[in-house]
Design a protein around this ligand. Structure first.
Ligand code: SF4
Length: 318
């Protein structure tokens, strides 16, 4: 749909232009906005341990079908499908806003990059991450950066120096599945090499092994192959996450499933509740298997991020 041709107020013939366009400067696929708040609550559907997050970008060109952040685009008047992948909201004032909010922040751990990959293509243009990393470390806030993108290597020295943890998402190593469900993301092999490069650079790096896809990437041999290669890449640990299907994600993922694997749709309907969470028994079985495999391959449970004690003083000079 060409939003540029739509009116701001809906008429009988045409829907209204998305709300985000009224307060954004549109530059190609990027919608530049000024965020009023940058530290946000992490939705339960994200499946990560942190309760709060900073997302300089909303939407993500990596286009993962099971991305739990898709529903966030609906609140902007955009859709959770193609718009999420092609209309990326850039919070151009993210660093300034974060510095202001951190002045009143109790140092509870923060996740970075939950509403969209923080090192996706947009970061090449806007370069917000170095400022965000410095602000977090300067405030003494333990932080974990979530990404699939090799662009994170650009900041490896800074992340290592300031003790900011990185989690690279790798749910499976089967390239056929990756092409089908993560069409815009780097290959699993490229991400494994990224883990090695970050570890070599001294970054505290582990793997977010998710989302594990029920009946598609959860067989015992698939899990074992994935954990083995993650361990060989030098990850400090594995954090398992089973696919969540909150509103927005659910429709987009199930449409694809109905096209490609129609026999599985009913099984998914049985497995997921109305909020989009998988059955507790299934989730416990899969995460338990992954944790056992991780231990067998010599990876301890993922340790929480730590801030280098010198971070605050060093950054005062930056
Ligand atoms: S890389 Fe992360 S944020 Fe981007 S689409 Fe995939 S799951 Fe979502």
């Amino acid at each position: 749909m060409e939003w540029d041709t739509l009116p701001l107020v809906a008429t009988e013939e045409q829907p209204a232009r998305p709300a985000i366009e009224r307060r954004a400067v549109v530059r190609g696929m990027f919608y530049e906005t000024q965020a009023r708040t940058i530290i946000e609550k992490v939705p339960v559907a994200a499946g990560i341990p942190q309760r709060w997050a900073v997302s300089p970008y909303r939407g993500c060109a990596h286009a993962c079908r099971g991305c739990a952040a898709r529903g966030g685009h609906r609140r902007l008047g955009l859709d959770a499908g193609r718009d999420f992948e092609t209309r990326i909201v850039v919070r151009a004032n993210a660093v300034r806003r974060l510095r202001a909010e951190l002045e009143r922040w109790q140092p509870e751990p923060l996740a970075v990059g939950v509403g969209g990959d923080c090192y996706q293509q947009a970061e090449q243009t806007y370069q917000l991450m170095p400022g965000i990393v410095r602000a977090l470390a300067g405030a003494g806030v333990p932080a974990t950066v979530y990404t699939k993108s090799p662009l994170v290597l650009r900041d490896a020295g800074l992340l290592a120096e300031l003790g900011v943890q990185v989690a690279i998402s790798i749910a499976f190593v089967d390239e056929k599945i990756r092409r089908a469900v993560e069409p815009g993301a780097p290959s699993a092999q490229a991400r494994l090499e990224l883990v090695s490069a970050l570890a070599e650079a001294g970054v505290d790096v582990h793997v977010l092994m998710g989302p594990v896809l029920p009946l598609l990437s959860d067989a015992a041999d698939q899990l074992e192959a994935t954990v083995r290669r993650i361990a060989a890449a030098g990850a400090a640990g594995v954090q398992p996450v089973v696919l969540r299907l909150p509103p927005g994600t659910r429709q987009w993922y199930l449409q694809w499933l109905a096209r490609q694997h129609p026999a599985l749709v009913e099984r998914y309907e049985e497995l997921y509740d109305r909020a989009g969470l998988p059955s507790a028994a299934y989730e416990a079985r899969i995460t338990g298997q992954i944790r056992q495999l991780a231990a067998a391959f010599g990876m301890p449970p993922v340790a929480p991020p730590r801030v280098r004690p010198a971070g605050r003083q060093q950054l005062a000079l930056v």
